[in-house]
Design a protein around this ligand. Structure first.
Ligand SMILES: O=C(O)c1cc(=O)[nH]c(=O)n1[C@@H]1O[C@H](COP(=O)(O)O)[C@@H](O)[C@H]1O
Length: 274
């Protein structure tokens, strides 16, 4: 998907919501455990319940890998279901990859050729040759970790060099030599609030993937205030707050209601730019 196509979808849906498919077998409604593939059954119901209100899905591979082969099959089926039934959805494989060049090439084959995701999250710390294999695929995206939502983000990302430049700022600057804003996005946690203003000075045009609203307590209004650009430039993820809004047989209705609520707030913010 191109950047323009993503923006068109955002305008059409009046939403920049990404629903995180962090499907934990221990948290899904118990009646689904009778299904042949409970994870897939849950995902399918969540996707059908939320597709109208979001522009992206983000399955986090940890939740699937933790179930072994069964989980990987559920992940493959989930991505294929989205691709076929909702082809305008942007699919982010949240795997936080990155390794020496020939290994990253294999990660890229897995994400883009095998699973056919639109984007993959990548850790930047092994540098250029660990990231470049992912940008060889036209219309596919790398989403580099810049300033993450967790407490530990301060341990390395906020450390400064002698000139006062912080490590995440270096990541934002240096990585622009590797790909353009047509293939490169950055992860910035919703919990980072005003930091978005400084980030926008370095990357005014890039899309940012913003996890951390909902269960982690980040503020959507602050993210928009400091982070939105003229093409929206934001994909805001919420996982647990939407997919586990209810764990009875009514879970899909509750997911719809949560997604719709976030989308309605987003529609208000988008009025400023569309
Ligand atoms: O790369 C990510 O998506 C990510 C980066 C980050 O800084 N913080 C963060 O929470 N995430 C992911 O975003 C999702 C957040 O889930 P909820 O807190 O349940 O909405 C999880 O899949 C996390 O792994």
């Amino acid at each position: 998907m191109t950047k323009q196509e993503l923006f068109e979808n955002i305008k059409k849906k009046k939403s920049f919501l990404c629903v995180g498919l962090d499907t934990d077998i221990k948290k899904i409604p118990t009646h689904l455990l009778e299904e042949e593939d409970p994870t897939y059954a849950f995902n399918k119901a969540i996707i059908d319940a939320t597709a109208k209100y979001c522009v992206a899905y983000k399955p986090n591979t940890a939740f699937y890998e933790s179930q072994g082969v069964k989980g990987i099959i559920a992940l493959e089926k989930t991505i294929e279901y989205i691709r076929i039934k909702y082809p305008d959805q942007f699919i982010i494989l949240d795997a936080k990859r990155g390794d020496i060049g020939n290994t990253s090439e294999m990660y890229a084959v897995s994400a883009f050729e095998h699973l056919k995701a639109s984007a993959v999250t990548v850790a930047p710390y092994m540098g250029e040759d660990s990231v470049k294999p992912f940008v060889k695929y036209p219309k596919k995206w790398v989403i580099l970790l810049a300033l993450t939502s967790n407490k530990g983000s301060a341990d390395f990302q906020l450390t400064e060099d002698k000139a006062g430049e912080r490590l995440f700022e270096k990541v934002l600057k240096k990585s622009q030599e590797w790909a353009t804003d047509e293939q490169l996005m950055y992860v910035v946690g919703a919990t980072q609030g005003e930091m978005f203003a400084g980030i926008r000075k370095i990357v005014p045009d890039h899309f940012l993937l913003v996890p951390g609203v909902g269960a982690q307590g980040g503020s959507l209004s602050e993210v928009v205030r400091y982070g939105m650009n003229s093409q929206c430039g934001l994909l805001v993820n919420s996982s647990r707050a939407i997919i586990y809004a209810d764990n009875t047989r009514e879970f899909a209705f509750a997911a719809t209601a949560e997604a719709k609520k976030v989308q309605a707030e987003m529609a208000g913010y988008l009025e400023k730019i569309i």
